[in-house]
Design a protein around this ligand. Structure first.
Ligand SMILES: Cc1cc2nc3c(=O)[nH]c(=O)nc-3n(C[C@H](O)[C@H](O)[C@H](O)COP(=O)(O)OP(=O)(O)OC[C@H]3O[C@@H](n4cnc5c(N)ncnc54)[C@H](O)[C@@H]3O)c2cc1C
Length: 442
């Protein structure tokens, strides 16, 4: 019997397989499509590659009057990045002597997997089959795109594009299309977009989107979508036509074809149920990543996979971890921990400090605007939450995560030197002003 079979080679499955193999476990990794999963093939990497390039093009257009762009060249570069990373991942998998099987896995029983014409048995099984787009049809005859389609379709001319859904994927695609010069609208069913992001960040993003003429309409009830040479969308009491409509209505776990009934693994509301060590209701079957977690992020999936393997191999109990979040718009919105709304709702005492970046030399170099960082602190200056609205904000998150994980007061950020000119100087300035204030208080 094999030591472990891992189902799905996304960020979670590949991280787990590499770790299992390093520990000397005989490892089988089964993937029905390409290694890298949603993240590498249809998610994080293609979107970020396109956003990065579109932002550069946008700056060239605004600052130097660039008029013509070849979107297909940009999409080809994105494909090359994905192909290179896929090749590297395949090399890592084969270097660790992991047996990679291409095919769709299904359970025969709780120790047995069927793939292609093979029946395989293992001591332990990890389900890391990820998620897929939530798709549904509105009344009418329209077949809508999802983000999977959008990431592969350059446009030869300006288009009028509707994104249905104001979650992270809809917001990022809006930034992409707008930077490329298309006319973009977002229709959101709920009263606010980005329900999990702090309110201050959502407001800042919305102000920028408004300034840029990216239309964001909330509380929209779509009544019908008719597809002819274009898309006619009836919503609330209006009708409007679009060239392209992309449905960005969230993602659901990819578990339907696994035949989990044969195992006794409990599924509730479409999600595999796991305990704090990522064990399902069947002790030797674990599940991590989008297949079992509502927080659908690649770094969360990877972290869970590594912790699940530690538990499987060494019985190390899993401890909670702090999750950094980022939206990769041209000015990035990033956050960790509890927002002011959350702290207020939970009745947790806090003090909030905000540092605008306007006076920083690096901010002037990058271009002006309402960029800031803010921290919510407890009475010992320990960080409860952070919001960042600035270029490359995601790059700053590990600094704050480190302080939070290690319970280091934010004021300790005054003890290091910040390179000049960088946006990171804002961190030092904010910490210094808080330290100064706390000295005056005591
Ligand atoms: C457009 C978009 C942008 C995103 N951007 C970001 C981002 O910037 N940052 C971030 O952190 N997250 C981002 N995400 C989310 C991120 O991609 C996922 O959270 C992450 O990929 C989940 O990893 P996973 O390993 O759990 O699953 P997946 O990456 O979904 O991988 C699961 C794999 O399992 C395979 N599989 C499924 N069923 C079977 C079966 N029965 N047999 C064999 N193989 C099977 C699938 O083919 C897939 O390759 C984005 C997602 C999308 C859609």
């Amino acid at each position: 019997m094999t030591k472990i079979i891992i189902l799905g080679a996304g960020p979670a499955g590949t991280a787990a397989a590499l770790k299992a193999a390093s520990a000397g476990w005989e490892t089988i990794l089964i993937e029905k499509d390409k290694v890298g999963g949603t993240c590498l093939q249809r998610g994080c990497i293609p979107t970020k590659a396109l956003l990065e390039e579109a932002h550069t093009i946008d700056l060239a257009r605004r600052n130097y009057g660039l008029t013509q762009i070849d979107e297909s060249a940009m999409y080809a570069r994105k494909d090359k990045i994905v192909a290179d990373l896929t090749a590297t991942l395949n090399q890592q998998i084969s270097a660790r002597k992991i047996r990679l099987i291409q095919g769709e896995a299904t359970f025969v029983d709780d120790h047995t997997i069927r793939v292609n014409d093979e029946t395989l048995m293992a001591d332990s099984i990890l389900i890391a089959t990820g998620s897929k787009n939530r798709v549904f049809d509105f009344p009418g005859n329209a077949k809508l795109w999802t983000s999977d389609d959008a990431l592969f379709q350059p446009f030869p001319s300006k288009k009028k594009i509707l994104l249905i859904g104001g979650g992270v994927i809809g917001i990022e695609l809006a930034a992409l299309y707008h930077s490329l010069g298309h006319d973009v609208s977002i229709f959101e069913k709920e009263a606010r977009i980005l329900p999990n992001a702090p309110k201050d960040l959502v407001q800042s993003l919305m102000m920028d989107y408004k300034k840029e003429n990216i239309r964001v309409l909330t509380s929209i009830e779509i009544v019908k979508i008719t597809q002819g040479s274009d898309f006619t969308v009836a919503f609330n009491d209006q009708v409007e036509t679009f060239d392209v409509v992309v449905l960005c209505a969230g993602r659901i776990p990819n578990i339907d074809s696994l035949n989990l009934n044969a195992t006794g693994v409990v599924v509730e509301r479409g999600l595999i149920q796991v305990d704090s060590n990522y064990q399902t209701s069947v002790e030797h079957i674990y599940s991590v990543g989008d297949a079992s977690c509502r927080i659908q992020l690649a770094h969360v999936a990877t972290r869970q996979a590594l912790l699940a393997m530690d538990h499987m191999i060494h019985q190390t109990p899993v401890l909670p971890f702090i999750i950094p979040n980022a939206i990769y718009t041209p000015i990035q919105a990033a956050w960790i921990g509890m927002s002011e709304e959350e702290l207020k709702a939970k009745g947790i005492p806090y003090r909030s400090y905000r540092q605008p970046l306007g006076a920083l030399a690096k901010q002037k170099i990058k271009g002006d605007g309402r960029r800031y960082l803010s921290v919510n602190l407890d009475e010992n200056n320990l960080i409860l939450g952070v919001s960042l609205y600035l270029s490359d904000a995601s790059e700053f998150l590990p600094f704050f995560t480190f302080l939070m994980e290690n319970k280091i007061p934010f004021t300790q950020a005054t003890t290091i030197i910040y390179p000049h000119p960088t946006l990171s100087e804002a961190i030092g300035e904010l910490a210094a002003s808080i330290l100064e204030k706390s000295k005056t208080l005591h």
